[in-house]
Design a binder for this molecule. Structure first.
Ligand code: SF4
Length: 378
């Protein structure tokens, strides 16, 4: 057992059905599926992508698939309905549509859209799927900023599709996850035999759990993270290690550094969650003080901003055009927002992309490289 694993003490039971959206986390830590006895694990159809923006995006792409549309419908109607920013939704829907145009020739009508599938102990709703000859194809959109591997979720859908047909009807399942924010797609291909093996792995690793929790960065997606004895114990032991550690004598090997790095990520997440809780309380008007003059407040900090239009004639009395340009930067987000604002609602994503392409071709875009600590697994 590693430092990141903790044996089960006392915990709740596996739910009667496992939703596929929970599988990526469940394969990393089957404990995530077992709520403690006094906590209810809320079934969540969307799973990792419950935000209104994701729901609106799914709704748009469902209507595109159902109506066999070649262009996006009026995104502003969906933005109003789900109360989300129409520009952000337009940008995401534009990226999803671009991917769908590539996929659509492989998924002619008839298609099944947002149809709930079932198999023993499993349930799930892929966004679109269909059977074409002996190949089943499915597509699932991810609108959130997530870094869980969706392979297991799509394998769950693929398994349920296969098990809904007589043996031999489906020879291959091709599954594509569309990572909308990145404008990227990942494809997985399975045979029915591979999916049966996957199901055995689900039974062996997740259903027949060995009782070990696996604490890690994925805990921030876990619905029971604040009710998890393993995560709590790990945070406590990491803080203990930090307090008593002598650097660098205690960190002589790469493995020791990586182990502590992984544990500290979980501690930092807990710290950020606590700070976010404090901020929310203060924003809601709660006073946080100890009655002895010590309090927590949201302090205002100022930063000067210079209005470019007003400053330009004044500065140009002193600076050359090149010197002025060197001291000015263009806010990419705001600039693209302004560009999108000049285009019709359904063409805003394209307007942004075309502007970036034109700027890149003119050599106006440069990239500043910076380095961040990143844990890589081979
Ligand atoms: S918080 Fe982490 S370790 Fe605990 S059950 Fe969830 S995923 Fe597992």
């Amino acid at each position: 057992m590693t430092a990141h694993e903790t044996a089960l003490a006392a915990d709740g039971a596996l739910p009667a059905v496992i939703h596929c959206s929970r599988l990526p986390l469940a394969f990393q830590c089957p404990g995530s599926l077992r709520p403690p006895v006094d906590m209810e694990l809320v079934a969540d159809e969307e799973g990792e992508d419950p935000a209104a923006m994701g729901t609106a995006g799914h709704e748009i792409m469902a209507d595109v698939a159902i109506g066999d549309l070649d262009e996006l419908p009026d995104v502003s109607l969906y933005a109003d309905l789900f109360e989300v920013d129409p520009d952000d939704l337009g940008m995401l829907a534009g990226r999803a549509m671009k991917c769908w145009r590539e996929l659509k020739p492989y998924m002619p009508l008839p298609r099944r859209v947002e149809e709930t599938l079932q198999a023993p102990q499993m349930v799930g709703t892929p966004d679109v799927w269909g059977l074409y000859g002996r190949t089943a194809r499915l597509v699932d959109y991810k609108f959130g900023r997530l870094d869980l591997d969706h392979r297991e979720q799509l394998a769950g859908y693929a398994y349920m599709i296969c098990s809904g047909f007589d043996p031999g009807v489906v020879e291959t399942v091709e599954a594509v996850v569309v990572l909308v924010r990145e404008g990227a797609m990942r494809k997985f291909v399975w045979t029915p035999g591979e999916l049966r093996q996957w199901r055995r792995r689900l039974d062996d690793e997740v259903v027949q759990w060995d009782g070990r929790f696996h604490v890690g960065g994925h805990c921030r997606f876990c619905p029971r993270q604040f009710h998890c004895p393993a995560r709590t114990a790990m945070i406590q032991s990491t803080i203990e290690s930090l307090v008593h550690m002598e650097m660098p004598t205690d960190l002589t090997t790469g493995a020791a550094i990586l182990d502590l790095y992984g544990r500290i990520k979980v501690v930092s997440q807990a710290v950020e969650q606590f700070k976010s809780y404090c901020r929310q309380q203060l924003e809601a008007g709660r006073k946080i003080d100890d009655g002895n003059g010590r309090s927590l407040t949201l302090a205002s900090r100022g930063r000067d901003a210079i209005d470019a239009r007003l400053a330009w004639p004044i500065l140009s009395r002193v600076l050359t055009e090149d010197e002025l340009a060197a001291s000015a930067t263009i806010n990419k987000g705001r600039m693209l927002e302004a560009v999108a604002g000049k285009a019709p609602a359904r063409a805003r994503g394209r307007a942004r992309a075309e502007m970036m392409e034109a700027l890149e071709q003119a050599g106006a875009v440069s990239r500043t490289e910076y380095r961040v600590l990143t844990e890589v697994r081979e």
